[in-house]
Write a protein that binds this ligand. Sequence first.
Ligand code: NAP
Length: 249
Amino acid sequence: MDSKTLLVTGASRGIGAQTALLAAQSGWRVAVNFHSNSLAADAVVRQIRDAGGSAISIQADIGVESDIEKMFAHLDAKWGPIEGLVNNAGIVDFSQRVDQFSAERLERMMRINVIGPFLCAKEAVLRMSTRHGGPGGVIVNVGSAASRLGSPNQYVDYAASKGAIDVMTVGLAKEVASEGIRVNAVRPGIIDTEIHASGGLPHRARDLASQMPMGRAGTSEEVANAIVWLLSPSATYCSGSILDIAGAR
Ligand code: NAP
């Protein structure tokens, strides 16, 4: 495959980092976006380069429009327009009931988990769409099984933000289907990453394992494999799909 540029948001660790590594093995030139952990992002870049691939790290807060615009402009200048986007960056918050939520919490959740992915998709479509003179491209959004389950007593706001990602996937896929762009989503279940610690539940994946249909949580690699397949030419008639990677949960 000719090297095309793929942007993976939130790729300094977890599912995003695994996706960057596996996509590079498939021939993508990878932009590894991070928010705060430049050392971790640089380690992902190093791993890709050591294996003979091509990668750069790029800082941007996905919750800030001007950061997103600067990131895309930087990539245009460095490698030309992207042809792949994985909208992976996302956050959870501490467990609370809806009757405890503050407006600040809700605003942050929606800014990073919904508005950011929308704005990244906008910038991607402006570069990929044949309507705008682009060559086409592919977008994979990272949703969550939470959009089916609702996450009561934990983070209904997070679940709702991922519901928005499901709907964006279906709507955008139809909007750009005739413009050379495929848009799909994966919906992971409980995956063993550091996101749970960031929500104050560091042992969540281990604690819930016995309640999972397969008796275990999933791995970042199991999600990344599906994302890289959706990005690949093996998935050319797949668009508007939402693929559950949740071990039958
Ligand atoms: P993670 O381990 O917490 O990693 C999050 C990544 O996103 C990090 O690279 C982090 O960068 C980046 N990030 C956070 N806020 C950002 C921001 N404002 N701007 C740019 N980057 C930001 O998460 P994960 O478990 O791999 O989750 C990845 C995606 O999968 C998320 O969308 C999540 O909702 C979804 N998901 C996860 C699970 C699960 O059980 N793990 C289940 C379903 C869905 P820094 O380290 O630089 O801050």
